[in-house]
Every structure is written in structure tokens, then in C-alpha cells.
Design a protein around this ligand. Structure first.
Ligand SMILES: NC(=O)c1ccc[n+]([C@@H]2O[C@H](COP(=O)([O-])OP(=O)(O)OC[C@H]3O[C@@H](n4cnc5c(N)ncnc54)[C@H](O)[C@@H]3O)[C@@H](O)[C@H]2O)c1
Length: 443
């Protein structure tokens, strides 16, 4: 990204007008919980708990200045009233029915929102069963890669026209695709474009959505662990069109807790012998993950944070050879209410062992919905500020945050939050907070 392209403070263009949120996988648990939730908040029926853009504050200047505005008052973000929603799914249920099927929100709440939800109907999806083997929806488009990209663009134009939309963002909330190694076709935009022409099977649906969005100037967020935009080809496309992108895989549930606890253990230099994590859940996401191909994509994403946080190469006595295992099991009775167990074997002074057990009875989509909201608003803000390419300051939201080649990803939740807020301070011309504080005491 070129520094002169960044528009700071009053040069950041206004959030006025309608923001369209485009969701591949709009009929899924995360999308429906997000959309129904936004509407419930707009109607004053519920609170947007868990959302940094709605509740977060940011300290500015010295501590004794007492300047701590809400983030949404500090920067110009789209208001909830200006959000409109559209998307694609392989099932044609409208969003009222889809939300009932997802079985996350109470029926009573959904019935009150029925008039709004039933008006949102998914566009037919771009789908390939080779990438999601355990689902078989029929609400799908047909055609070669280039035709499918054009069809996605037509859907976007249709939505924009009918709803008077000014700007759009796209957030992948579709299923996890089967594991895909980076191949030649992903290595450059030229190769990728040739791959589109010959309908290369190594280009999965998520890449077609991403290509359609980015080449239309629409920012793209990847909520799943899919490879998609984490490839030189699509990164190049985002630079060519000066569009911000970020992924991968929303950080909720067990990995969220891991990236809260591990930095604490490391801060106190407590050693780690092993960390065993296992989950049971029974939603549609879990059916998809029951396929070894999709599971592999997820597993890779869940394993890496711990090593990056603990930095065993810098602390061999504490973290070298720690054993880390993560498993996910499909167990229908639990639905979306996942249960995650962690068994953490640590050691302290003189190597004496200790044990931590966690039993997190969480709700997957309840944790994910506020992240979708924040990401929609922040990635739109990024674009209005002239930022493009990888948005590392949004790492806070991801299990496998994307990063520039030659760097390493930052997984520590607290550093990620500091990075996010410092980016906002930087864009708004405020001093970075260093937490030094010596000047209060030097007399
Ligand atoms: N819920 C969480 O806490 C969480 C956390 C991290 C990542 N994720 C990821 O977010 C995604 C959504 O999760 P979910 O719980 O809503 O899953 P879900 O199975 O309920 O929803 C996914 C939806 O995507 C649809 N779909 C699949 N392929 C599609 C395609 N090619 N085009 C359009 N639609 C398609 C499916 O029909 C389904 O309705 C998954 O990839 C999941 O791994 C979820």
C-alpha cells in the first residue's frame, strides 16, 4: 500500500449513504444470527453485546486528559440504520425460515422479525460439491468460472439498484471448503486469470466470489479458514483495484480463549507441557467439518496461534516440544451450542507441574455475529480511508490472521486490540499510546 494513498482525518470519505453487506452463505447460522441481531438492535429489542464498534471506547492523549470517546463517535462508521443485506446460499429458504433452521435465536424473537427476515431471499449460489462434500443444496448457478463471476456481479448490481446502495462489503460466511494447497494457478494474477478461462478445478467457489467482489471495488472478508484471498493472485487483485481485504476464520470460542490465556501464561513465564482441546457441536458447520477435507482446513487454522504466541524458539525451556492437539466432533444434540474442553498442562518454579481445565459452554454464532458486524463497518471505513491490500490491524477478529510475507502473524488478543486502536489513532491524527507514563511521576 502506498502511503500517499492513505486519507487521514477529514480526508476520509463520509459514511453517509447505504452500506450493502453481501454474504455468501447468507442462510447459515452466523449470517442469520448477525442479520436478525442487527434488526433486533435497530428495533430496540436487544443489545449488540460483543461488538467493539458499538460498545468499544478509545483513550486519546494523556490519562489525565480523560478523553475516552466511543469508537463509533471517534471515527465515522456506517450506522446500523444504513445497513442492507443480501447474499447467496445453496438452499433457497428465505431468512426467516433459514434462521429457524439454524436454531440459534429463539422462535419468539424470530417471529417478531418475520416481516423483515422473510423479505431477504438468497441468490442462487456458486457451488461445487468437491469443496463441500457433506452438503447438497440445489439452489445453485451453472456455468464456467467467468460466467459465474459475471452472474455474481449481476446479483450485486440487482441488489444495489433495488435498494439504493452506495457502497458494499462482502463477508464470506459460507461453509468451510476442503483443504487446498497453493498451486501455480494461485501464484499470480496472470496465472489466475488463465485458470479462470480454462475453468481450473483448483479455483473453488469462494475465489470466484472474491474475484467478483474485489474486481468490482468491494472489500472482501474471509470468515472461514478457506485459502481464498490468502494467495498472491487475489492479493495482487486487491492491490490492482485498491481494495482492502482480510481473513481468515473468525476467532470465536475455544481459539478466542486460547489467545486470551496463552499470553497470560507467557507473561508470567509459566511453562507449557501440553494443551489438549476438544469440541462437540451439532450445527451445519459441524456436518461440513465432519468431512476430512474441510476438517483439515479448520485444523490448520486452529493449531497455529499457540506456537506464534508462545515463541518456543525464544523460550526453549518453557515451550519447546509442547504438545498441542485440537479435535472437533460432530454431535447433533448440541446444535450450535458448542462445548469446548481444554486440558492445559503447565509447569512453574523448578518445573513443578500444574493443571488447568476449561469447560466452555459457548454459542458459536452468538460469538461470531458481532464480529461480522464490526468487520463490515471497519473494512468499509478502511476503504474510505484509502487503505487496501491486507488489513493486519483487523487481526483481532481472526484465528489465522493474514500477514505480509516475511512477517509473522500476531495472535495475542491484547496486542491485536492495541494494534487496532493505534491504527485508528494514526488515521485520525492522534498520538499513539505507549503506556509509558513516566511523565506523571517525574517532578
Ligand atoms: N460460528 C463460529 O463461531 C465460526 C467461527 C469461525 C469460523 N466460522 C466459519 O463461518 C462459516 C459459517 O459458519 P456457520 O456456523 O454459519 O455455518 P453454516 O453451515 O450454518 O452456514 C454456512 C452456509 O453456507 C452455505 N454455503 C456453502 N457453500 C456455499 C457457497 N459456495 N455459496 C453460498 N453459500 C454456501 C451453506 O448452505 C450454509 O447455509 C463456516 O465456514 C465456519 O467454519 C464460524
Amino acid at each position: 500500500m502506498k502511503e500517499e494513498k492513505i486519507r487521514k482525518k477529514e480526508r476520509i470519505s463520509s459514511a453517509k449513504g447505504k452500506l450493502g453487506v453481501l454474504l455468501p452463505g447468507i442462510g447459515g447460522a452466523v449470517s442469520t444470527t448477525f442479520i436478525a441481531g442487527v434488526e433486533a438492535v435497530r428495533r430496540g429489542m436487544a443489545l449488540p453485546i460483543g461488538s467493539l464498534t458499538q460498545y468499544g471506547t478509545i483513550r486519546l492523549g494523556r490519562r489525565d486528559e480523560n478523553r475516552v470517546p466511543k469508537i463509533k463517535e471517534f471515527i465515522d462508521l456506517a450506522s446500523l440504520d444504513d445497513l442492507e443485506f443480501a447474499g447467496w446460499d445453496i438452499y433457497e429458504d428465505d431468512l426467516y425460515q433459514a434462521a429457524i433452521n439454524a436454531n440459534v435465536l429463539e422462535r419468539d424473537l424470530l417471529d417478531k422479525l418475520k416481516d423483515f427476515l422473510e423479505k431477504i431471499k438468497p441468490y442462487p449460489a456458486v457451488f461445487n460439491r468437491n469443496y463441500v462434500r457433506n452438503l447438497d443444496g440445489r439452489h445453485v448457478k451453472s456455468g464456467g468460472h467467468l460466467e459465474l463471476i459475471e452472474a455474481i456481479k449481476e446479483d450485486i448490481s440487482d441488489f444495489k439498484e433495488k435498494n439504493n446502495i452506495d457502497r458494499c462489503v462482502m463477508i464470506w460466511c459460507g461453509s468451510t471448503e476442503a483443504y487446498l494447497e497453493q498451486k501455480g494457478v494461485h501464484q499470480s494474477l496472470k496465472n489466475f486469470r488463465e485458470g479462470l478461462e480454462r475453468n481450473d478445478p483448483d479455483i473453488p467457489p469462494s475465489m470466484l466470489y472474491a474475484y467478483a467482489a474485489i474486481s468490482s471495488g468491494i472489500p472482501y472478508i474471509n470468515g472461514a479458514p478457506n485459502l481464498t484471498i490468502d494467495t498472491p493472485a487475489l492479493l495482487e487483485l486487491s492491490k490492482e483495484h485498491e481494495v482492502p481485504i482480510m481473513g481468515k476464520d473468525f476467532k470465536t470460542g475455544q481459539t478466542l480463549l486460547k489467545t486470551i490465556i496463552a499470553p497470560g501464561l507467557k507473561a508470567r513465564l509459566l511453562g507449557l507441557e501440553g494443551w489438549y482441546s476438544t469440541n462437540i457441536l451439532g450445527n451445519r458447520d459441524a456436518i461440513v467439518l465432519d468431512d476430512p477435507g474441510s476438517y483439515r482446513t479448520k485444523k490448520e487454522s486452529k493449531l497455529s496461534p499457540l506456537t506464534y504466541i508462545l515463541q518456543p524458539h525464544l523460550y526453549p525451556d518453557l515451550y519447546k516440544d509442547h504438545y498441542h492437539k485440537v479435535t472437533i466432533h460432530y454431535y447433533p444434540p448440541r446444535g450450535d451450542n458448542k462445548e469446548g474442553w481444554d486440558c492445559i498442562d503447565i509447569f512453574g518454579w523448578l518445573g513443578y507441574p500444574m493443571h488447568i481445565k476449561i469447560d466452555f459452554l459457548c454459542r458459536d454464532s452468538i460469538l461470531a455475529a458481532p464480529l461480522v458486524l464490526d468487520l463490515a463497518l471497519f473494512i468499509d471505513f478502511a476503504q474510505r480511508a484509502g487503505l487496501y491490500g491486507i488489513q493486519e490491524w483487523l487481526s483481532f477478529y481472526f484465528k489465522s490472521p493474514m500477514y505480509k510475507e516475511g512477517l509473522y502473524p500476531e495472535h495475542d488478543l491484547f496486542i491485536q486490540l492495541m494494534k487496532l486502536k493505534n491504527t485508528l489513532r494514526y488515521l485520525m491524527g492522534e498520538e499513539q499510546i505507549t503506556h509509558l507514563g513516566m511523565d506523571y511521576y517525574i517532578e
